[in-house]
Design a protein around this ligand. Structure first.
Ligand code: NAD
Length: 424
């Protein structure tokens, strides 16, 4: 049962490095995965202690059924969040960062950010420490109840840039000396008109870098080519924000001309991609939001800036029932950390009713990243089969009931066991 498995090494006064495993190696941005890779996991706050063992149970079963013992993950608990604070006095101990770095690939449950203590988000700290520059969110319908008809049309992967844009926190509040200085500079030195910057403005800076954009675009294009996807859309409001979102789109098309992509990425809007090719198109963000609802099958991969990626990935997830049903991966130059997309759900923590799918599907996504695709497929098939038979946690059951369909309600761990049983 989850943590009771022999290949799970829980934190006890420190991180336990098992002799039975080996670390994944990182060479030139590519991972080399041993048969017994050491994978660190952060249990997470709130519902974390319920959903994380559920994920481990399912992933272990899929790997065992695929490789019959010749491959096995060695799970090592590292601490962050509430559990870390209780045990070490820090919310993100250095020991955790060091171990995650050594292990290259890891997975985490949700982490809470205490309000009003001046605490910084651990998620942002991790993102910065590992330069996870792409947040990848595959959105695929598996059979759950959804708010739209024909949800089978939804199968899209959103690549959200993660290290740029308005998230850099360069902000000057209205009425401060800083805002006045920036305003004076823009009016005095840069020829900006007073009507655009009245005295009471607050200012947020939106930086967008060629280097950061291009590495993100390359990652998305490589993914599209490797996974046989066909239509890749780069989005943005380039007509309004020419120096940032417009530049982002132009840089994406420049990447398509690089030797690695020149013959594989076609950019002629009238042409169809052949075998081993993808087509890159540009779509204005508001158009994309409409298209996702009206014609979700039109795009296979969406390349987005940080802010647009936030909107688009949540809308895409909502089409298939919400973020509880989609996985997520934070990926940088080889380093990767997979995670549930929802938060800590403190309101239902400890009741055994949390839906474990987001972190479980993130576990499957991690298996794909390791190159263990067959195991990942087994998890997807088992989840689909559970929906066909109408079983799930209370939120899943409630979704079916809203559509007048009876369903059988299970606890978090019972549902994980049900999925595991369907893996063969
Ligand atoms: P939340 O996702 O925790 O909860 C929103 C609602 O969805 C709640 O009603 C909750 O019960 C429900 N819900 C969420 N996950 C569920 C699941 N797996 N099964 C069933 N129901 C589920 O969002 P919030 O309340 O805005 O955030 C709570 C905390 O989580 C905050 O401290 C926030 O910073 C943090 N957070 C962390 C992450 C992360 O670690 N990646 C992401 C989002 C929010």
């Amino acid at each position: 049962m989850g943590y009771e498995a022999q290949n799970v090494f829980l934190w006890e006064e420190g991180v336990k490095t098992p002799q039975s495993g080996e670390f994944i190696k990182l060479k030139d941005g590519k991972i080399e995965v041993p048969d017994r890779p050491i994978i660190p996991f952060i249990e997470g706050d709130g519902i974390g202690p319920e959903i994380t063992p559920a994920m481990i149970l399912v992933v272990n079963k899929a790997v065992e059924k695929t490789y019959g013992g010749s491959k096995e993950i060695q799970w090592v608990e590292v601490l962050a969040g509430d559990k870390a604070e209780e045990n070490t006095g820090e919310r993100l101990p250095q020991e955790t960062l060091d171990f995650l770095k050594e292990a290259v690939v890891g997975i985490k449950g949700p982490l809470g950010t205490p309000v009003g203590k001046g605490a910084r988000s651990i998620n942002s700290a991790l993102r910065r420490a590992f330069d996870f520059y792409s947040a990848v969110r595959p959105v695929q319908w598996m059979g759950q109840a959804t708010p739209i008809p024909n949800p089978g049309r939804v199968d899209v992967v959103v690549f959200r840039e993660n290290t740029d844009d308005v998230y850099m926190g360069i902000e000057f509040f209205s009425g401060t000396d800083e805002a006045k200085k920036v305003r004076d500079f823009l009016l005095g030195e840069m020829g900006v008109k007073e009507s655009a910057l009245p005295e009471d403005v607050g200012i947020t800076v939106k930086p967008m870098s060629e280097f950061k954009t291009k590495r993100h675009v390359r990652k998305a294009l490589r993914y599209a080519l490797e996974s046989g996807r066909k239509t890749v859309a780069v989005i943005g409001k380039g007509n309004i924000m020419k120096a940032t979102e417009g530049a982002f789109i132009n840089w994406a098309f420049e990447v398509a001309q690089e030797p690695e992509f020149k013959d594989k990425v076609i950019t002629d809007p009238e042409a169809e991609p052949g075998d081993g090719q993808v087509k890159l198109v540009k779509v204005i963000t508001d158009q994309m939001l409409m298209q996702l609802v009206l014609r979700p099958e039109a795009y296979d991969v969406i390349i987005a800036q940080n802010l647009n990626g936030d909107y688009v990935s949540d809308l895409a997830a909502s089409l298939i029932g919400g973020p509880g049903f989609v996985p997520s991966g934070n990926i940088g130059g080889g380093y990767a950390l997979f995670e549930s997309t929802h938060g800590t759900a403190y309101d239902i923590a400890g009741q055994g009713i949390a839906n474990p799918l987001s972190i479980t599907l993130s576990g499957a996504m991690m298996l794909e990243y390791l190159g263990w695709k067959e195991s990942a497929e087994k998890i997807y098939d088992a989840v689909k089969s559970s929906f066909e038979d109408r079983v799930g946690t209370p939120d899943i059951v409630a979704g079916f009931k809203r559509q007048g369909i009876e369903a059988r309600q299970l606890s978090t761990m019972e549902y994980a066991q049900e999925i595991a049983q369907r893996i063969n």
